[in-house]
Design a protein around this ligand. Structure first.
Ligand SMILES: Cc1ncc(COP(=O)(O)O)c(C=O)c1O
Ligand SMILES: N[C@@H](CCCC[NH3+])C(=O)O
Length: 423
């Protein structure tokens, strides 16, 4: 459920018509709904109820400071994958003691900073990374809290580029080697084993793979127990899918109930703190991208709607053939209906936002690409020297610029011509 709805033929974000935002701030731009972020975050906390838990929002999905700030205020923790994300969380007022640090190659300087601010846990993804963290923590005179990210080899049934829990994927320590890796972690003087972590993929539309993974992790936890290695928290990662088109993913409530039911049958399960790292399920349907139709270009085999947003603004369709709804913002005037490929101005054949979409539009019309709050702006680039779009946050009947549109001049900040005579 989100707060983007039509009223009298015009699409609104909460109480603000999107046409007004486009007229005031230009296009392309990203528009987020504060109430939707809050609602999606609360769906997790309410689903877990009194079971000990921490929801660590996956910063990579949407790292806008305003988004992080509002989630921090709701008590969120954060899942980060770089020092850049850590600094954003701190800048937004996030609590470092609620931060978990994922990623396959954390650099020593990133470990130092994370130890310095006192994060909750490092999700370690390999044996060499354990050794590196032990060395860095020792040099800092600190003990690093660790979980091992275990790759349980379950098929999440998702797009191959966003599946992470199979043997073929680069992520995590294989479940067969996990026991030995935990023994290594427990033996290293500057590490303290805190948890067990897994993340099997993104945009999952069934609970079965999560439950399969849990089953395998529980077996591993039994083995660890036998060896005297106790786990304080179990981090099940993110991955819950959203509705882009007609998917019917489980809601956090269904997902959590099934996990809690299984855990209640496991000794100690009721006291085990659960961590989740949701990104997409909190952010995707809390945002849209607005774009204006530049030209309609009828062709012999295809009609093109050329819009002012491109693959550099929203790369998901080009990269994963992802389908996101594209809808007119103002439907009050009658238009002819036709099938269009909605494409951008970038010089690539793969520059499209949607293919074969039935749309009733004219030049100058405003379109909203829905479900764009996650992996939208964060994956934008300056390809073709295009400044990145503005980001706006609607809160009731007000709208705030939460990141200004880039200027052309800002694109060459940090670049230099070769000195005179060497050009
Ligand atoms: C380690 C980790 N945690 C959390 C997430 C967030 O996933 P999602 O946006 O699917 O919830 C990802 C991305 O897939 C990830 O790699
Ligand atoms: N960027 C991907 C999701 C990646 C998940 C991160 N591990 C998407 O847009 O669907």
């Amino acid at each position: 459920m989100d707060y983007f709805n039509y009223r009298d033929g015009v699409l609104y974000a909460e109480d603000v018509p999107l046409s007004r935002i486009a007229n005031e701030h230009g296009t392309p731009c990203y528009v987020y709904s504060k109430a939707t972020f809050e609602r999606h975050f609360r769906a997790y906390t309410e689903a877990l109820g009194s079971h000990p838990h921490l929801i660590c929002y996956a910063v990579k999905a949407n790292s806008n400071l305003a988004v992080l700030g509002l989630l921090a205020k709701l008590g969120a923790g954060f899942d980060i994958v770089s020092i850049g994300e850590l600094e954003r969380v701190l800048k937004a007022g996030g609590d470092p003691a609620k931060v978990v640090f994922s990623g396959v190659a954390k650099q020593p300087h990133e470990m130092v900073r994370a130890l310095d601010v006192g994060i909750k846990c490092f999700n370690v993804e390999s044996r060499p990374e354990l050794e590196r963290l032990n060395r860095v923590a020792g040099e800092q005179g600190k003990v690093a809290p660790v979980s091992l990210r275990v790759n349980p080899d379950v098929d999440a049934g998702t797009h191959p580029y966003i599946s992470t829990g199979l043997k073929d994927n680069k992520f995590g320590i294989s479940i067969d080697e996990a026991l030995a890796a935990y023994e290594l972690a427990a033996s290293l003087p500057n590490l303290q084993v805190k948890g067990l972590d897994c993340h099997i993929g993104s945009q999952l539309t069934e609970t079965a793979p999560f439950l399969d993974a849990l089953e395998r992790l529980l077996v591993l936890m039994e083995r660890l127990r036998e060896r005297g290695i106790e786990i304080d928290h179990l981090d099940l990662g993110g991955g819950l899918g959203v509705t882009y088109r007609d998917e019917k993913p489980p809601q956090p409530f269904d997902y959590a109930s099934q996990l809690l039911a299984r855990l209640s049958r496991w000794e100690g399960g009721e006291a085990l703190t659960l961590l989740f790292e949701p990104g997409r399920s909190i952010a995707a349907n809390a945002g849209v991208m607005l774009t204006r139709v530049e030209f309609l270009k009828p062709g012999e085999t295809k009609n093109f709607a050329i819009v002012d947003a491109a693959m550099n603004d929203l790369i998901r369709p080009a990269l994963y053939q992802a389908w996101q709804a594209i809808v007119p913002v103002d439907t009050r005037e009658a238009r002819e209906t036709a099938l269009y490929d909605v494409v951008g101005p970038v010089c690539e054949t793969g520059d499209f936002l949607g293919k074969e979409r039935e749309l009733s539009i004219a030049e100058g019309d405003l379109l909203a690409v829905r479900s764009a709050g996650a992996y939208g702006f964060v994956m934008a680039s300056n390809y073709n020297s295009r400044p990145r779009a503005a980001e706006l946050m609607v809160d009731g009947d007000s709208c705030h610029v939460v990141r200004a549109r880039e200027t052309v001049a800002s694109l060459w900040a940090g670049e230099a011509l070769l000195p005179e005579g060497e050009r």
